[in-house]
Write a protein that binds this ligand. Structure first.
Ligand SMILES: Cc1ncc(COP(=O)(O)O)c(C=O)c1O
Length: 396
């Protein structure tokens, strides 16, 4: 299965001579320790069944309850649930009046949805460099990217590490820009005690299965005020508050009640899962002594480790060799993202020149950090990663 934002797995067929490929494709070897493990447990199933039996399945009481409960994560700000993180970003931009003729400064080192949302809103993304240590938008680079058409900054809390919101907010204020947080990977992350999602004029979360919590598919926009929340509610539902009294042009980006009911179960467990991710990350930090560069956490940042991403010094060939060794040792791992957005087909013509981003794309490798890991799994990851680094000749 090719999941959005998740690179396809390495095929067991790779490297085989075509003439000796058996007629029936062999099943892929499953890594002993998977890179991610979405939870769909008995409680999630029971919640979904409860809604299906109730019959109110689309944007009903479960969605309203989910929105209210999620607000506790973002200082009580109004929340509007939608059908994906991409929809959340798209509608957030529309609700802020950003569209044709406007530019939005984004990092290129992110999932394509970040820039796609800007394009879907009719605006133009302008790619800016990242901080090489945290992989998040660099405020100095963002400042250089601001021009007469800039309407917003869209920092990404990549891998679950908060972007430098203090400096980015100051920059936005200096130029009268909106700030849209792409918090799709950063549920419950915080900076100096303030949760991500509570900084911007809008903030967007994703509930895709591999995220720190999920609703199968889903997303949510956080805004500072009820008026903007109402605009978002109209935009997600064909412009209607009252049935067939369409006030504005809108889309159908509603969340189902099945999704919301699953989200409510997951939300309850998010604090426990987040702590487990952070504990797992500490164990990996302590164990990885073989030359891989462990993730840096900025001052005051609460990293929630959607991904535990190391750098493999030496470039893509060495990184890919480490990845192959890890996979051979039964440790799932992945590269997020091998091609920065500015080099993808829809954006390459813009000709952005981003050497820090290119280097990150060539060096990053994400190891399993999900809350289902056992102490034995963590030992296996550490041993395999140290040995893979040594076999690939990683020198720091
Ligand atoms: C940084 C980032 N932004 C946006 C999205 C889009 O979210 P969704 O897949 O729910 O549309 C994702 C999801 O992978 C993401 O990681």
């Amino acid at each position: 299965m090719n999941l959005p934002g998740v690179p396809e797995g390495t095929s067991a067929m790779q490297g085989l001579r075509k003439d000796i490929i058996p007629a029936a494709e062999p099943t892929l070897a499953r890594p002993t320790v998977p890179a991610a493990k979405p939870v769909i447990g008995d409680d999630e199933v029971a919640a979904a069944v409860r809604v299906l039996r109730d019959g109110r399945v689309v944007q009903g009481p479960e969605v309203a309850a989910f929105e209210e409960e999620f607000a506790a994560l973002v200082e009580g700000r109004p929340c509007v649930a939608v059908n994906s993180g991409t929809s959340a970003l798209h509608l957030a931009l529309l609700a802020l009046g950003i569209g044709p003729g406007d530019e939005v400064v984004v990092p290129s080192f992110s999932f394509a949805a970040t820039a796609n949302a800007v394009r879907l809103a009719g605006a133009d993304p302008v790619f800016a460099e990242i901080d090489p240590d945290t992989f998040c938008l660099d405020p100095d680079a963002a400042a250089e990217a601001v021009g007469p058409r800039t309407a917003a900054l869209m920092p990404v809390h990549l891998y679950g590490h908060p972007a430098p919101m203090g400096r980015l907010t100051q920059l936005a204020q200096r130029h009268g820009l909106a700030v849209v947080e792409d918090a799709c990977q950063a549920h419950a992350a915080a900076l100096h005690g303030r949760p991500v999602g509570a900084f911007g004029d809008a903030a967007c979360f994703s509930f895709y299965p591999t995220k720190n919590m999920h609703t199968l598919e889903g997303g949510l926009v956080v805004v500072p005020d009820a008026e903007r929340a109402r605009t978002l509610r109209l935009l997600r539902n064909q412009g209607m508050e009252q049935r067939y009294e369409n006030e504005i042009v809108g889309a159908n980006m509603r969340m189902t009640d099945v999704a919301a009911a699953i989200g409510r179960v997951q939300l309850e467990r998010l604090p426990e899962w987040t702590e487990q991710r952070r504990t797992n990350a500490k164990a990996l930090d302590a164990g990885l002594t073989g030359g891989l560069v462990t993730p840096l956490v900025a001052d005051g940042a609460r990293h929630v480790y959607h991904q535990y991403t190391v750098r493999v010094p030496g470039g893509a060939a060495v990184r890919d060799a480490v990845q192959r060794e890890l996979q051979a040792a039964g440790v799932g791992c992945a590269v997020y993202y091998p091609t920065p957005i500015h080099r993808l087909k829809p954006y390459a013509h813009l000709g952005a020149d981003l050497p820090v981003t290119d280097q990150a794309a060539a060096e990053v490798l994400s190891l399993p950090v999900h809350p289902s890991l056992t102490p034995g799994d963590l030992d296996q990851i550490v041993a395999a990663a140290n040995s893979a680094a040594s076999m690939a000749g990683v020198i720091r």
